[in-house]
Design a protein around this ligand. Structure first.
Ligand code: ADP
Length: 712
């Protein structure tokens, strides 16, 4: 409402039935510059107060007709003038005037005639001022109210605008959300179906709204709603869990969906909001990842398996044959062909797997012409392609590798040269994939290592065989001259050839001892050679181990005396029976005793002890000892510890090798049980007790003198 400011003038009502008095009053009040309204009767006054608001009413008490008091009473009854100040004008003195009645009627003052103009003006001006100020205050108040009203309506407008915008935003969020958003009423009928839902379910909102939820989720939503008591407790709570549910599209195809559900009150009802996400793609991706993982696992375990299988053989041909079978299986080939590549690049078939009509000699030549194979060889990388064109079959022959639709070629290069090629074929229309190529690459790498190992081993073995063969021959050739030498020496010493010149006795003795040493070494070499050939004769018999040890001690006596060695023995009280070749056992014991004397530190000391269950001999010494790293190596063929402190005693490095082998031939073991450099060693020979009680206990056969090592 627009507020009309009042003119800055107040109205003053002058009531008197005497016009001359009215005029006099007007004259007195004119200087106030206010609007003076005159009324000549009570009735006129009443009309005036209905029409206007007055700052003050000057009311003559004594009027004809309705007097002042009566008029005042009626004025008070009018709502508009209920509080208008009234000043009674009377000619009576204060005593006569009915002041009390006047005041009761709401008079604010009395003015007694004759009127003193100054006083009248002052009194009236007070009320005029009051009214003008009141008006002003009201005006201000109304302005304020108006401002507040405007502010309020502005706020309301803003709020309304915000609400409309939010609604629009919400609608667009609903529509552009990728998720399907569906709202259900209390009967679980669809009341809202956004675009996302339309897209997911393949149906429009128009055809879905009003339908029961079962058309979307056949199992409904009841089981996912929060439990509630009697009157809707639980409403307004949100279930934060995601549930996987079965959903169905308009065309009837089922799909997995992820659902979150919440309920909230809306105008006395409960609305159930269901948010659905189609997770069929995610599930498919997960299944694919699982499949890939399984595939990878399979490949890996196949790879590991393959490594183990290939590495188990050290024969290059065997490695390749195994490879052919394994690779064919790994890439699901219907047929596999192994080709050898010769130094000039020629191909020959070295093996076929799962081949029908194998044995086509022409195959190598035919494959040679295949560009796919040539490419694989030159690039040294697996190559895959389609079928092979091997031309028409020869007369009466089945077409080689007929029906091949897809081919994979794996070249195998060792030391930069392709020495073999695997040609893998499929007769079904199922091309080799990138995964197959990867697999071939992996297998190729493994196979190359296995092949290289096998080749190296092969070469090493060839070298070893050549070396052994050479040694055997050399030893054999040396044996006869050494025998002749010893024969003549013996004749020189025993005077068969006449008495030797004086002073020759000692040198002849030394030469004879050295010749004996030489024969021993030759013997050792020959024995080692025949052991490798597996031609060492074994004559098992049952004998008392204590006696074998006693005999060995007897044989060592001479050398021990020469070296000033101390020998102790701890032989069991009762016979310790063993079943073995006694000559072999004598040789082992001689080796152990001689080693203890040879590898001594200072004055040699050794002790032989025999124990039973199982029958065994321990040889302890206080010698130089063996470094733990060499503990096993000293049993290797020709292995000797190069210790300058020992002054390179004569020896072949064959003693322990032969001894361990002989112990093995007797079904026993020989081990360095304990050793510490600088402190000494303990070698233990463990043998087998006879299977049954022997009828006769044989004496250990004497060991040929040539076996005994002479002094240093
Ligand atoms: P050889 O004695 O001819 O060298 P062996 O096979 O008998 O050959 O011994 C191999 C190596 O083992 C010896 O060269 C020596 O270094 C070490 N060895 C053998 N027996 C002992 C021992 N009792 N104490 C310390 N070292 C030993």
């Amino acid at each position: 409402m627009e507020f009309a400011p009042r003119a800055a003038r107040a109205s003053v009502l002058l009531v008197d039935d005497d016009t001359s008095k009215l005029t006099a009053l007007e004259a007195v009040l004119a200087p106030l510059g206010q609007n003076l309204v005159r009324a000549q009767s009570g009735r006129e006054a009443l009309r005036a107060v209905l029409a206007d608001d007055f700052a003050v009413i000057l009311l003559d008490v004594r009027m004809s007709g309705m007097d002042g008091f009566e008029t005042a009473e009626l004025i008070r009854q009018r709502e508009r003038s209920e509080r208008t100040p009234i000043i009674f004008v009377t000619a009576y003195g204060a005593g006569e005037a009915n002041l009390e009645r006047g005041y009761r009627l709401g008079a604010v003052d009395f003015i007694f005639a004759p009127v003193v103009p100054e006083i009248l003006r002052t009194k009236v001006s007070v009320f005029v001022d009051l009214m003008l100020k009141t008006d002003e205050i009201r005006l201000q108040a109304e302005r304020l109210r108006e401002l507040e009203r405007r502010e309020l309506s502005r706020r309301l407008e803003r709020a309304e605008l915000g609400r409309l915008q939010a609604e629009a935003r919400f609608a667009s969020v609903l529509d552009f959300a990728a998720d399907g958003i569906v709202a259900l009423d209390g009967q679980r009928h669809v009341v809202l179906f956004n675009r996302g839902a339309e897209h997911i379910f393949g149906r429009t909102a128009a055809e879905t709204i009003g339908q029961p939820i079962d058309v979307l989720l056949p199992d409904g939503v009841e089981e996912f709603l929060l439990p509630r008591d009697g009157d809707g407790e639980g409403v307004g709570r949100h279930d934060r869990h995601r549930h996987e549910v079965a959903a169905v599209r308009a065309d009837g195809t089922p799909f997995p969906a992820e659902m979150t559900i919440s309920e909230f009150p809306e105008g006395g009802h409960t609305i159930t909001a269901v948010i659905l996400r189609d997770i069929s793609e995610r599930r498919a991706a997960e299944a694919e990842v699982r499949r890939l993982n399984e595939d990878l696992n399979q490949r890996l375990s196949a790879g590991v398996d393959l490594v183990a299988h290939l590495a188990a053989s050290l024969d290059p041909s065997e490695v390749l044959a195994r490879l052919l079978v394994r690779v064919s299986a790994a890439v699901k080939a219907d047929e596999g062909v192994l080709l050898r590549v010769d130094d000039r690049g020629g191909l020959s078939v070295a093996g076929r797997h799962a081949a029908e009509g194998a044995g086509n000699d022409q195959l190598g030549v035919l494959l040679h012409r295949q560009p796919l194979i040539r490419r694989a060889i030159s690039e040294r990388m697996p190559v895959v392609g389609g079928g092979l064109d091997l031309g028409p079959p020869a007369e009466g022959e089945q077409a080689p590798m007929s029906g091949v639709l897809h081919t994979a070629v794996l070249p195998l290069a060792v030391d930069g040269r392709v020495s073999a090629v695997l040609v893998l074929t499929r007769h079904r229309d199922d091309p080799f994939t990138a995964g197959d190529t990867e697999m071939l690459l992996l297998i190729g790498n493994v196979a190359t290592v296995a092949l290289r190992n096998a080749q190296l081993f092969d070469e090493a073995q060839q070298a070893s065989i050549t070396k052994s063969e050479f040694l055997r021959m050399a030893a054999h050739e040396l044996r006869t001259p050494a025998g002749v030498l010893r024969g003549y020496l013996s004749m020189l010493r025993d005077g068969t050839l006449g008495s030797s010149p004086p002073g020759w006795e000692r040198p002849l003795e030394v030469v004879d001892a050295k010749a004996g040493e030489l024969t021993g070494l030759i013997d050792e070499l020959l024995l080692a050679a025949s052991m490798e050939g597996g031609t060492v004769p074994v004559h098992p018999e049952v004998f008392d181990l204590r006696e074998a040890v006693g005999a060995a001690l007897g044989r060592a006596e001479g050398r021990a005396t020469l070296l000033g060695a101390r020998i102790e023995s701890d032989l069991a009280a009762d016979p310790v029976l063993v079943e073995a070749d006694s000559e072999h056992i004598g040789r082992i014991l001689d080796n152990l005793v001689n080693n203890a004397l040879t590898y001594s530190a200072g004055e040699p000391w050794l002790r032989l002890s025999v124990a039973e269950a199982p029958p065994r001999v321990a040889v302890d010494d206080h010698g130089v000892g063996v470094d733990p790293e060499q503990a096993e190596r000293i049993f290797e063929r020709f292995y000797r510890v190069n210790d300058p402190a020992l002054g390179y005693p004569p020896g072949t490095g064959l003693g322990l090798y032969i001894s361990r082998d002989l112990a093995g031939l007797a079904g026993g073991t020989l081990a360095l049980e304990h050793s510490r450099p600088g402190e000494g060693s303990r070698f233990v020979l463990t043998l087998r007790a006879p299977a049954r009680t022997p009828v006769e206990v044989a004496r250990p056969a004497p060991v040929p003198a040539g076996r005994r090592r002479g002094g240093r």
